[in-house]
Ligand binder design. Structure first.
Ligand code: XUL
Length: 512
């Protein structure tokens, strides 16, 4: 049996997968809500991830009624880019600035001035973005010098859990790629970035390939988790790379669209190429010696969750009485509205935006509201707006000549048939779903299986364990409507960018 452990944003999920690649049990332990003290801030406590990891592991072992001795290996995956800093006693210095935290614009500008924007692209295959780990570290340096002075190690979220499990400071290539300190082409820490910024390289963990063993369950935590001491823990992957393994995105032409908290369009690459404009990320894949390119929309599921939390009290009340999922009730309202939401467009930039705008100050917006629009229109326009934002990535893939033969839908959002239909129509492509819909935790378990030599390669694990379930074909009449709406959608943010930036300046004035 192999254990995949995914440290997500909303919770940590443990998944047990047997020798034939079949899922035997899963258990999720929720996290505390992220703390957003100021508009662009987002923090979580690493201790909360660790507590959830222990609960999830114990829960899944109990659910499958097996002893930890039957687990032959563990694979980790997790939310990427978060900054965890430890002091000389391995204590967490401050809460983690997580992937969607956007406070570090001044540090991004500093890095571009000091290293040079073109050199950053050359050294790391990506521009530096506010979401990435390095500018977050420099934010701590600039704003909390007393905390910065104590830093002895810098880890990514899942690697903090690895440290607690094994006592090793380690990461792997796919997650390291999102730090802005990693030489993605050569798959090692970038000595050029480190030198140009006069950083201390000893704070970085050792970097492995994703299916390599990075350490083993230590005897001190074996009792706490129920896992046997000495159980190997492989590198695993950032949630997107691990999810790609779990979705079989391990060859050219098969790509995935994942609707989680964020939304990601992901393609495998045999050779490394990157977008000269840096609009999509080029990172190492969890497949040894391969890369991937991905476009990210910051607020995908997050947009719908925001709506549910702010305006979904009625559904929450009703769902409490009927045991239905409030999201199903909310989406049902959207299904009554025609494609294009009668001219209402939603820009899902509730946490700034990466692809294609690379703009921490981008803001969400409804455009085209009239008195004739209903709540259902607002909901449908959110589902459509998120899919348009993922189409932006597909359009860039086209420019970069990345082949798209098949799109696989994954993530929590893909459980909705209505949202899958909207996606297929907006992308104008077949959308395939898989029998195994577990994504990252499943991919992490497969990587553990590759590390344990049950599969000869990551590609082989995908071939054996992943099966197609069904597909949705685009309806040409709907696609034609969406093509026209998309033209408007695409033009909207560039037309208001200046005002979004002016608003952001107002924010700074009011909080200081
Ligand atoms: C990827 C990214 C998100 C987070 C949270 O670049 O930021 O996928 O990992 O899921």
């Amino acid at each position: 049996m192999w254990l995949g452990l995914d440290i997500g944003t909303g919770g940590t999920r443990a998944l047990l997968v047997d020798e034939r690649g079949k899922i035997r049990a899963g258990h999720t332990a929720p996290h505390e809500d992220m703390r957003m003290e100021r508009p662009l801030w987002a923090e979580q406590r690493p201790q909360d991830w660790w507590d959830a990891a222990v609960k999830a592991i114990r829960g899944v072992l109990a659910g499958a009624k097996i002893s930890g001795r039957e687990v032959r290996g563990v694979g980790l995956s997790g939310q990427m880019h978060g900054l965890v800093i430890l002091d000389k006693d391995d204590q967490v210095i401050r809460p983690s600035l997580i992937w969607c935290d956007q406070r570090s614009q001044a540090q991004v500008e500093y890095i571009n001035r000091t290293v040079g924007g073109a050199k950053v692209l050359n050294y790391t295959a990506n521009p530096v973005l506010t979401g990435f780990t390095l500018p977050k570290l420099l934010w701590v340096r600039d704003n909390e010098p007393e905390n910065y002075a104590r830093v002895r190690k810098m880890l990514l979220p899942k690697d903090y859990v690895r440290f607690k499990l094994t006592g090793e400071y380690a990461t792997e290539v796919s997650d390291a790629s999102g730090t802005a300190l990693f030489d993605v082409v050569h798959r090692e820490w970038s000595s050029q970035m480190i030198e140009a910024l006069a950083l201390d390289a000893s704070i970085l963990p050792k970097c492995h390939e994703s299916a390599e063993e990075t350490g083993a369950i230590s005897s001190s935590i074996a009792g706490l988790t129920g896992l046997a001491p000495g159980t190997p823990v492989v590198g695993g992957g950032g949630d997107q790379a691990a999810s790609a393994v779990g979705n079989g995105i391990v060859e050219l032409g098969v790509i995935s669209c994942t609707l989680g908290t964020s939304g990601v369009v992901f393609a495998h690459m045999d050779q490394v190429t990157y977008d000269p404009l840096g609009r999509v990320h080029t990172f190492c894949h969890a497949v040894p010696g391969k890369w991937h390119v991905m476009g990210v929309t910051q607020s995908a599921g997050l947009s719908l969750r925001w709506f549910r939390e702010q305006f979904g009290a009625m559904e929450a009340w009703y769902a409490g009485r009927t045991a239905e999922d409030p999201y199903d009730l909310i989406i049902r309202e959207a299904e009554k509205i025609p494609p294009g939401s009668d001219g209402l467009i939603f820009l899902p930039y509730l946490m700034g935006e990466r692809t294609p705008h690379l703009d921490a100050h981008a803001r969400g917006m409804w455009f085209g509201l009239t008195a004739a629009h209903t709540r259902g229109h607002m909901i449908r326009s959110i589902l459509e707006g998120v899919a348009f934002s993922l189409r932006d990535s597909l359009e860039i893939f086209k420019e970069l000549q990345i082949p798209v033969a098949q799109i696989r839908a994954s993530g929590g959002g893909s459980r909705s048939a209505a949202w899958r239909r909207i996606q297929a129509d907006i992308y104008g492509k077949q959308l395939v779903t898989l029998q195994e819909s577990e994504g990252s935790a499943f991919g992490a378990a497969l990587l553990a299986g590759v590390g344990g030599k049950i599969y000869s390669s990551v590609e082989e694990s995908a071939r054996q364990a992943i099966h197609l379930r069904d597909q949705v074909a685009p309806q040409p009449a709907n696609s034609r409507i969406y093509d026209r709406v998309y033209q408007v959608y695409q033009g909207l943010y560039p037309a208001v960018r200046e005002f979004a930036h002016r608003l952001a300046e107002l924010d700074t004035e009011t909080v200081e």
